[in-house]
Ligand binder design. Sequence first.
Ligand code: DGL
Length: 270
Amino acid sequence: MNPHKPDQPIGIFDSGIGGLTVADAIVKQLPQENIIYFGDTAHLPYGDKSATTIQAYSVKIAEFLLQRQCKMILIACNSASTAAFELIKEYIGKQAIVMDVVDPIISLLREQYANKKIGLIGTRQTVSSNVYQKKIEDLKQNIRLTSLATNLLASAIEEFGNGRAIDGLLEEYLSHPTLKNLDALVLACTHYPIVKNKIAKFFDHKMEIIDPSDTVAKAVKKRLDDLKLLNLEGPGKKHFYVSDYTESFAAGTKIFFQDAITLEHYPLLD
Ligand code: DGL
């Protein structure tokens, strides 16, 4: 028997506004779903923290989302996905479905990018965890991956959005030799789609940019559909929480979801 009900919310979390790129894609594909979003702005950025620290934050957020009766917890952050997905799945057990943002991209690469040379940019945690590298090797599809940690980018996007201040950073990171002669580039940090147009422009629109948002939303839809847990009675309600109130988060939610949002401060006590 399925212990969950379709009208229970989908819980989504990230260190800040990054996961909104995924939340936005989910709302577009599944407008009936109720969404609870948690941005751990008090602990941002995650990408420079140790895996153990990210795991501790992720467990607290998962507990918070469970208390709010989420049927699914989506780790909409690559740093937390690579550090804490296995742990959170074990911790949550059958209380909710747990999904990450890595596996949907691995499936996409398996289906469409065999024998290609793929670049990846992400946080230090995401790149040094080697999770993408290992999962891609396991596919045995002759996909050659080169990864670059673009450490300061997520914090800069959190602060400046898609503004001009980002241009210099992108120039510095994207001109790295690691990113030469690729077939496609994976944006392996959920903050990066916010500056996708700038990244595409840097490569003169000649590089294929893999923005995971829609792929992840599609995977969420399929999983809920398979489990007969799609909410058919809309419209869905959206509720946003942050562990620290920041102007940039409030501004970010407005860009994605206009004014129709409820934003609450919920401190995650250490
Ligand atoms: N958006 C996140 C990610 O996908 C986190 C960035 C950060 O907080 O460093 O990795």
